[in-house]
Design a protein around this ligand. Structure first.
Ligand code: DCP
Ligand code: MG
Length: 577
C-alpha cells in the first residue's frame, strides 16, 4: 500500500523528485571530494612548502565546498516542496473520499479514526517521504563512495571500515528492533488516550450529573500512565542510543589515529591521507546511521499507509447514477412503494413494506413510538441510505435515478438532532443557498419563530455560533435549523421531530406560519405530540417499521387502537402536568 500511495500521489511532482536526485548527487559527490582535496593540500603542498599549490588547490576546495552547500540547499528545498505537496494531495484525497461517504460508510469506520487517518497517518507517510527524499539518494552514495574513497587513501587501514560499520549496524539495528514495537504500542496508547479524552469532554455534563469525576479521572489516569510508561521505555533506549553511537565513532577515530599514526611514523602513509581516511570513515558511519533510521520509519509509515488505503479503497455505498433521469415536473410529489430497509449488519429490517404518497400542498405526518423507524424512513428520500427493496420516488422518478443535485434542490430536511456549523448565524442560514438575500433570511427566521431572539442578539445575523451550535438553546437550535431549510425554498420539507423542543404555543404559531409559507410544498412531519400533527392531511401510524394505520386525526380516533392509545397517554400526561 505504501508503494502504491507514493507512486500514485507523487506523480505530479516527478520533476521535483528528479531535481532532488540531481542536486543530492552533486552535493554528495562534492562532499566526498573535499577530504581528498584536503589530503592533497597537506601531503603535496604543506609538506613540500609549495605555496602556489596550496593556493590553487585551496581555491578548488573553496569552489567544491560552495557547490556542495548550494546543491545541498537546493536538494532539501525541492525535496521539502515535493514531500509537502504530496502530503497535501494525500490529505485532500482522504477528505474528498470521506465527504463522498454515506452515513453507512462513516459508521463502518467511526468518526475518530477517520480524523486520525486524515491527519496523523497522512503526516507519518509525508514524513517518510520527506526523509526519503532528503536521505535516500545521499545515503547509499555516501556509504559506497566513502568506502571507495577511504580505500583509495589507504588500503591497509581498510579493516577498520569492515569492523566499525558492522558494529554500528548491529548496535543501532538492535536498538531499532527494540524500539519498533514500543513505537507501535505508543501509537495505540495515544489513540486510547484520545478516545477517553474525547468521550469525557463530550459527556462532561453526564459525568458531572452522575458525580463520576473520580472514576473518570482514574480511567484517564490509567491510560495516561500507560502512555508515560511506554514513552519512558522509549526514552531509556534513546538514552542508550546516542552514547552508544558516540562511543563507536570515538573508538573508531582513536583506532584510525593509533594504527594510522604507526603507519605515518613508519613512513608508509602521509598525514593528509590519514586525516582524509578518518573523515571518510566518519562520513560512512553517519550514512549508515541515517540509513538505519530511515529503515526504522518504513514499517511505521507502512502501517499508516495501510490505514489510509482502507479509507481510499472504499466504494461509496451510495452510487451516483451515471445516467440521471431529468424529471418532467418538479412539483415535489413523494411516493414510497413497498419500501423495506435494514441497517447494514442488522438481522431484522427496520422498515417493511412502506407505501404512501404525499402530494404537493399536502402535509403527511408520521407518528409512532420511539425506535419505530421514523427517522430511518425520512433518511431514504435524500439518499442518506438506499432502500433494500421497493422504490422511493420523487416526482415519479426513483431517487436512485436522479442526479444528487436534483434531490438536494427540491428536498430540505430538518434533522432530529439539529446541527449547526461553527461560524455566524448568517453563514449557517445561507448553507443551502449562498446567494440568499438578507430579506430572505429574515423572512425564514420570522416563519421559524426565531427572528425575535436573533434580533435581540448584539450582532444579529452576524452572531457567532460555536461548533455544533452548542451556544444556543436546544429550541433555538431547532428553529435555526428550520429557518435554514426554509431559506432554500424546497418543494419537499422533511421535519424530523423538529418541534419537540418548542413549547406548545410556539409550536402552534410556527406551524401556522409554516402552513402559509409552504402552501404548495409537500410536507412530511415526524412528530411525537398529537397536537403537532392533528391537522395533517394524512397521518401514518408507524409501529415496528410497519404502517399499522393511516387516515386523518378524526378517522384514526375512530378506527386505530394504537392511535387512541397514543392520544390517551398524552391526555393523561397533560392532565397530570
Ligand atoms: N438503528 C440502527 N442504526 C442506526 C439508526 C437506527 O440500527 N444508525 C435502529 C434502532 C431502532 C431502529 O433502527 O431500533 C429505528 O430507528 P429510528 O431512528 O428510525 O427510530 P425513530 O426515529 O422512530 O425513533 P425516535 O422517535 O426515538 O427518533
Ligand atoms: Mg427519530
Amino acid at each position: 500500500m505504501l508503494v502504491t500511495l507514493i507512486r500514485r500521489y507523487s506523480k505530479p511532482y516527478l520533476p521535483y523528485i528528479w531535481a532532488v536526485i540531481f542536486f543530492q548527487l552533486a552535493s554528495t559527490i562534492a562532499a566526498l571530494y573535499l577530504p581528498s582535496l584536503n589530503a592533497q593540500i597537506i601531503d603535496e603542498g604543506v609538506s613540500r612548502g609549495d605555496t602556489d599549490y596550496i593556493w590553487r588547490t585551496g581555491g578548488v576546495m573553496l569552489v567544491v565546498a560552495l557547490v556542495q552547500v548550494v546543491t545541498a540547499i537546493a536538494g532539501v528545498y525541492f525535496g521539502s516542496r515535493a514531500a509537502m505537496a504530496f502530503g497535501r494531495d494525500l490529505r485532500r484525497g482522504v477528505f474528498r473520499q470521506v465527504t463522498s461517504f454515506s452515513a453507512k460508510d462513516v459508521n463502518v469506520f467511526g468518526a475518530p479514526t477517520l480524523i486520525t487517518r486524515g491527519t496523523n497517518d497522512v503526516q507519518q507517510v509525508q514524513m517518510l517521504m520527506l526523509m526519503g527524499l532528503n536521505f535516500m539518494v545521499a545515503t547509499p552514495i555516501m556509504c559506497i563512495g566513502g568506502i571507495f574513497m577511504a580505500l583509495r587513501e589507504d588500503l591497509n587501514l581498510s579493516w577498520l571500515v569492515w569492523v566499525s560499520v558492522p558494529v554500528l549496524v548491529v548496535v543501532v539495528g538492535y536498538l531499532v528492533v527494540r524500539l519498533m514495537p514500543l513505537f507501535r504500542a505508543m501509537q495505540k496508547k495515544i489513540d486510547r488516550l484520545n478516545g477517553i479524552l474525547r468521550e469525557q469532554i463530550i459527556g462532561i455534563r453526564v459525568v458531572r450529573a452522575f458525580v463520576r469525576e473520580p472514576h473518570e479521572a482514574e480511567r484517564f489516569g490509567a491510560a495516561n500512565k500507560d502512555l508515560t510508561d511506554v514513552s519512558l521505555k522509549i526514552g531509556a533506549l534513546f538514552v542508550l542510543m546516542f552514547p552508544a553511537i558516540g562511543m563507536i565513532l570515538h573508538v573508531s577515530t582513536a583506532a584510525v589515529l593509533w594504527f594510522g599514526g604507526q603507519r605515518v611514523d613508519a613512513g608508509e602513509m602521509q598525514v593528509g591521507a590519514l586525516t582524509a581516511f578518518l573523515q571518510y570513515l566518519l562520513q560512512i558511519l553517519m550514512a549508515v546511521m541515517m540509513g538505519t533510521f530511515m529503515a526504522m520509519m518504513i514499517p511505521r509509515a507502512s502501517v499508516c499507509a495501510d490505514r489510509i488505503g482502507e479509507v481510499l479503497d472504499v466504494e461509496p455505498s451510495i452510487h451516483e447514477t451515471l445516467t440521471p433521469v431529468a424529471p418532467v415536473e418538479k412539483a415535489g410529489r413523494v411516493e414510497f412503494r413497498n419500501v423495506s430497509f435494514a441497517y447494514p449488519g442488522a438481522e431484522a429490517p427496520v422498515l417493511s413494506d412502506i407505501s404512501f404518497t404525499a402530494e404537493p400542498g399536502q402535509t403527511v405526518a408520521i407518528i409512532g413510538s420511539t425506535g419505530a423507524g421514523k427517522t430511518s424512513l425520512l433518511a431514504l428520500l435524500p439518499r442518506l441510505y438506499d432502500a433494500a427493496s421497493g422504490e422511493v420516488l420523487l416526482d415519479g422518478v426513483p431517487v436512485t435515478d436522479l442526479d444528487r443535485s436534483e434531490i438536494t434542490q427540491r428536498v430540505a430536511m430538518v434533522p432530529q438532532r439539529p446541527y449547526l456549523f461553527s461560524g455566524t448565524i448568517e453563514h449557517n442560514l445561507r448553507f443551502g443557498k449562498p446567494e440568499a438575500t438578507d430579506e430572505q433570511l429574515w423572512d425564514a427566521l420570522t416563519v421559524a419563530q426565531a427572528a425575535d431572539f436573533v434580533r435581540e442578539k448584539k450582532n444579529g445575523l452576524g452572531s457567532r455560533i460555536s461548533q455544533g451550535g452548542t451556544n444556543v438553546s436546544g429550541g433555538q437550535r431547532q428553529r435555526l435549523c428550520i429557518a435554514r431549510a426554509l431559506v432554500t425554498e424546497p418543494k419537499v420539507f422533511l421535519f424530523d421531530d423538529s418541534f419537540s423542543a418548542l413549547d406548545v404555543a410556539t409550536d402552534a404559531r410556527l406551524r401556522r406560519a409554516l402552513k402559509a409559507k409552504t402552501a404548495d410544498a409537500t410536507v412530511i412531519i415526524v412528530g411525537q405530540r398529537v397536537s403537532t400533527i392533528a391537522d395533517a392531511d394524512q397521518i401514518l401510524v408507524l409501529d415496528n417499521g410497519r404502517i399499522v394505520d393511516r387516515g386523518t386525526h378524526d378517522e384514526l380516533l375512530q378506527s386505530s387502537s394504537t392511535y387512541q392509545e397514543i392520544v390517551e397517554s398524552q391526555l393523561t400526561a397533560e392532565a397530570v402536568a
